[in-house]
Design a protein around this ligand. Sequence first.
Ligand code: PLP
Length: 399
Amino acid sequence: MAAGERAEVRYFDYAATAPLCEEALAALREHLVAGVPGLDLNANANSLHTPGRRAFSRMESARRATARALGARRPDEIVFTGSATESDNAALVGIARGAVEARRKAGRPVAKPRIVTSVIEHEAVLKPARFLAEQGFDVAFLQPDRAGFVSAERLAEAVDGSTVLVSVMAANSETGAVQPVAELAEVAHAAGALFHTDAVQALGKVPVDLQALGVDAASFSGHKIGAPKGVGALYLKARTPFTPYLMGGGQELGRRSSTQNVAGMDAFAAAAAAAVEMQPAERARLSKIRDGLYGRLAAHPHIRATVAAAGSEDYLPNIVHVLVEGMESETLILRMDRLGFCVSGGSACSSSSLESSHVLRAMGVADRDARGALRISMGRYTTQAEADSLAEALFSCIG
Ligand code: PLP
């Protein structure tokens, strides 16, 4: 493609990754200067010399901005990581181990510590949960209802005095179901457990105020909000027990060793601030496009909405999830791609696996129907005109 030429791509896969936003690009540009050692912002933020202190100061201002955007009480509650997968892994393993240790030190050891999560989590939570089960934890996986929600009542039945950690995502990456996190956190706390939420898909789409939600830990991903890949964040409320599993130089106050990616942090902070500021207007704008799309698509005899998200605030405003009768997701994705549309199938952004989605299965969707699952996800640069053309394109792919 020649320089300056715009590809004819209509992008509807924001839940997999979002395009870089202007604010993150502007932040990155300040860092990405080659060949001027000492004058750029690329020094090691732990070095004592002037460029090191300059990098440190940028890193801390990114941390303050991120804490502000997310509603954390203190900047040092933000640990920058390499991705949300890392944040989720660190939260589950680090908090579970930290909590067990804290109870042991307090003279209240737990014989078989319990962890409660849900079956609709991303693999970045499910796999460390299964790992902890192999390490001797008693791990319970809650089922969602048919609409994709994990209820506080079910959680209340699953927690007990030996529960050290509960982890339930803020919004599901396939159906967009926004989970009742504040209520779930209350139930966890009443049982004496800590609460973590994977807020990757929620940030910038629905309000995410960490103090209002009352969670102890939360995971975020840069590339889902317009920052580059390779940077994430983990909110760890002050005094939350945490045993780090990355051991090394003790950066991030000992919680995540590795020389810090200051450029990534700066871009993350810029993208998060923009996403949070734009969230109310974007929610209203995208909800309208979403509802229109659901209406148009469901008028087709072979398409049905997977969930009753149209007109509902209980689902993310940017996700349309449908089941196309008699078609395979992969066929549809490739046909849509030929027409210049990027969409995705039932299984989330995690892999190119052709297996039917674990989320849909848990919601009771028959395998036969789940095979034709299509996720259409939107964001900041999606227009109404693009959504209109998507509906036409999809109809032509179904025939
Ligand atoms: N959690 C959720 C809900 C996701 O949708 C994703 C997406 O891949 C992740 C975690 C993993 O994020 P990352 O790609 O930053 O590791």
